[in-house]
Design a protein around this ligand. Structure first.
Ligand code: DAH
Length: 342
């Protein structure tokens, strides 16, 4: 019996040594052959019945030792196979970081984003801060504080989306002027970009579009300061030859009010299809902040003066890039968008 035990041990050792390429499933099968319920080692334990009683304790102990040895041996082999498997998996899945990348192409900036960024850069260079106000706005900020009381005919200039009696989708970024002046004492030099909404839709109007508002308030600010700043802007945004022209206009929140034209960048002012033969292209509304608006915000109009301007980014983008229908800017057709690289 003891001899059989030694033979079993040798057999196990030999099979494991020979099984260098065995899988863990193979190993399990071999293990069951020896250590399973009906395995060879268990069979030896059962054979104890036929052994004389005085030999049983010693033999039992010996069988147990072999069982423990076998369990440990199989466990060690299992560990070894696991490591091998893992190493094989790692080498199969290795990533070659020196391989050329699979280039999936990058996106392009939307023309509105390009224009917005350029305008911000231009005015930031002149010391303007950026303020972004809420798109859902109170009637007070969008109209009343801007000197447009209820029933004022100027309300008809903008067909507004009302949410409640008091809340609306802002129809102009001019609302930001009030919010800024309520929170900051002059000197003020702010640029305020954002989306605005009006019930209007055709080749030159969209129900949602973008504006950029400017506001400067300090002691001694005049219309000349406005003209000077817009000259710098026009030259940076278009060409160094671009001139500006102010025409009298009307806005309730400015007095006097002006409309600002640029000399046509296409024909240089001679007159062409783009400027409809006039040599000038209108780009924004502006003026000296109405003293009533300053008063509404607690700014003393006898001490401070200011100018404001507001422009549509779609319009600037259309002029700058020669786009003749505003709807192109909202269709997100990649054939148009991929032409713009920043
Ligand atoms: N808010 C005006 C509009 O949407 C544009 C505008 C005109 C803004 C004159 C101004 C301004 O700040 O002074 O039509």
């Amino acid at each position: 019996m003891t001899e059989n035990l030694e033979i079993l041990k040798e057999e196990i050792a030999a099979r494991l040594q020979a099984g260098a390429d065995m899988t863990r499933k193979d190993l399990f099968d071999v293990k069951m052959e020896y250590l399973g319920k009906t395995g060879k080692i268990s069979a030896l334990s059962k054979g104890m019945r036929d052994v004389p009683a005085e030999e049983r304790p010693a033999l039992g102990k010996r069988i147990n030792e072999v069982r423990v040895w076998a369990e440990e041996t199989f466990a060690a082999k299992e560990e070894e196979l696991k490591k091998k498997e893992l190493a094989a998996k790692y080498s199969a899945e290795r990533v070659d970081v020196t391989m050329p990348a699979d280039f999936s192409g990058t996106g392009t900036q939307h023309p509105i984003s390009i224009v917005k960024k350029e305008i911000i850069e231009c005015f930031a260079g002149m010391g303007f801060e950026i303020y972004e106000g809420p798109e859902i706005e109170k009637d007070y900020y969008n109209f009343q504080a801007l000197n447009i009381p209820a029933d004022h005919p100027a309300r008809d200039m903008q067909d507004t989306f009302f949410i409640t009696e008091e809340l609306l989708l802002r129809s102009q970024t001019s609302s930001g002027q009030i919010r800024v002046m309520e929170n900051k004492k002059p000197p003020i030099k702010v640029l305020s970009p954002g989306r605005v909404y009006r019930s209007d839709s055709d080749a030159t109007h969209s129900p949602m579009f973008h504006q950029m508002e400017g506001l400067v308030v300090d002691k001694g600010i005049t219309l000349c300061d406005l003209k000077g700043i817009l000259d710098v802007f026009a030259k940076k945004m278009f060409t160094s030859e671009t001139k500006t022209r102010l025409r009298p206009s009307y806005f309730p929140f400015t007095e006097p009010s002006v409309e600002v034209d640029l000399s046509c960048h296409n024909c240089g002012g001679k007159g062409c299809r783009i400027c409809k033969g006039t040599g000038w292209i209108e780009i924004l509304g502006a003026g000296m902040v109405n003293r009533r608006v300053l008063e509404n915000c607690g700014v003393d109009p006898d001490v401070y003066t200011g100018f404001a301007f507001g422009m549509g980014l779609e319009r600037i983008a259309m002029i700058k890039f020669g786009i003749n229908d505003m709807r192109y800017l909202f269709e997100n057709d990649v054939r148009l968008l991929k032409q713009f690289r920043d």
